[in-house]
Write a protein that binds this ligand. Structure first.
Ligand code: ADP
Length: 243
């Protein structure tokens, strides 16, 4: 099968600051790739470029064979989960999850009955059955992020982009959700890019980890690759904390 996402020599400046300095990465269908690096290394910028929320100064992003500049934001079909504020506070869980489906153009919009069924299936999938009528304020932080994931999955995303999705949660919940997401990914097999600055999280969760530093990817590999053969002094130092 062809590559799901190809990132080709992306450069991106903000004012005069080079946030990304020639980043290339291939992501295979169904792969879970973590973008790992210290704050300011360019992880979120790269995620936003994949989503089409930023434009590259140089280079391009392909989905399969298609240059993403040819796709509208809707046609990119990105499922996004952010660290915080991921849910609409004034909508209940079912409305939050169904939002992406309801806002489709009329001819592509599923019936209300189909949306209701799909929301129920997604709540089963994220192991929160029966919570349709709850409001975000009535959920724990971990439950909220699981609902946010259900909402991202509702549109049957081509690519799932998760930006520090567990960053605001306490350590125990984070650890539980990490294992849960790994298991869920094993079942659903979405092509996923997961941004984190937490080494343990990245190395436990991802099939491959791309380690960023100052706008460049310094190494891409499995947890074993990067532990056993750290490619640069920066990576030795950065991973030192978990070794
Ligand atoms: P990370 O996600 O790794 O913390 P970011 O991608 O958010 O890093 O940011 C990379 C660099 O680009 C940072 O130095 C940040 O300050 C800068 N940057 C990101 N977005 C903007 C923006 N909209 N305007 C100006 N600078 C930005």
């Amino acid at each position: 099968m062809s590559v799901a996402v190809t990132i080709e020599t992306i450069e991106k400046r903000f004012e005069n600051f080079p946030a990304l300095r020639g980043v290339s990465l291939d992501i295979q269908p169904g792969e879970l790739v973590a973008l790992l690096g210290p704050s300011g290394s360019g992880k979120t910028t790269l995620l936003r470029l994949i989503a089409g929320l930023e434009e590259a100064d140089r280079g391009r992003v392909l989905f399969g064979e298609t240059d993403t500049r040819e796709l509208s934001l809707r046609d990119r079909r990105i499922g996004f989960v952010f660290q915080q504020y991921a849910l609409f506070k004034t909508m209940n869980v079912a409305e939050n999850i169904g939002f992406g489906l309801k806002s489709r153009p009329r001819r592509e919009r599923p019936s209300n009955e189909d949306i209701r069924k799909r929301v129920g299936d997604l709540l089963d999938l994220v192991q929160l059955p029966g919570l349709e009528k709850r409001y975000p304020s009535q959920l724990s932080g971990g439950q909220r992020q699981r609902v946010a994931l259900a909402r991202a999955l509702a549109i049957e995303p081509r690519v799932l982009l998760l930006d520090e999705p567990f960053g605001a949660l306490d350590a125990k919940v984070r650890k539980d959700l990490r294992a849960w997401l790994r298991e869920l990914h094993g079942r659903t097999g979405h092509t996923t890019v997961f941004v984190t600055h937490d080494q343990e999280e990245a190395l436990e969760l991802a099939d491959r980890v791309a380690i960023l530093n100052e706008g460049r990817i310094e190494q891409v590999g499995s947890a074993d690759d990067v532990y056993d053969h750290p490619a640069t002094p920066f990576i030795c130092e950065f991973l030192g904390e978990v070794n």
